[in-house]
Design a protein around this ligand. Structure first.
Ligand SMILES: [Zn+2]
Length: 146
């Protein structure tokens, strides 16, 4: 993998992790590291062998509301803890929301391949700085609360 691509993916994963971390820290009582982990969970599809094909490709099944719902319901089946379900849903939902705005988009209506996107550079430098700033703001705001 070329270095530019590797840096881009690292920055994108870091953005998903910090946004998930901040949302879970700011809006649930759950360990925010779960938010960071669940924030990057949809990108597990980078590990899928290419011969698997659709829907086991990048921005395939793991980037769908169906996947998010399956993970949240799985957490519910195991733990039955509302705050944890909300944390997992927030973190994965933030990933889907960010990626859906990107030029490639996501298939909101999976299994139909219907990616519609405003084609924003959400993993570009300006959006990255904006997402990190808002996330750090949420974290710092939480620090100020009693
Ligand atoms: Zn993704």
């Amino acid at each position: 993998m070329e270095i530019g691509r590797l840096l881009f993916l690292t920055q994108a994963l870091a953005t998903h992790a910090i946004v998930g971390y901040a949302l879970v820290r700011g809006f649930t009582g759950i360990d925010p590291r779960i938010g960071a982990l669940m924030g990057i969970a949809p990108d597990v599809d980078f590990c899928f062998p290419s011969e698997w094909g659709w829907p086991f490709v990048h921005r395939g099944i793991t980037h769908t509301p169906l996947f998010a719902l399956a993970v949240v319901l799985s957490v519910y089946a195991v733990r039955q803890e509302r705050a944890l379900e909300r944390a997992v849903g927030l973190a994965i939902g933030s990933h889907l929301a960010i990626d859906s705005l990107s030029p490639k988009g996501i298939d909101w209506l999976f299994p139909f391949q219907t990616a519609i996107s405003p084609e924003l550079p959400v993993h570009g430098p300006i959006a990255t700085v904006l997402l990190w700033t808002v996330s750090i703001g949420i974290i710092l705001f939480q620090e100020d609360l009693p």
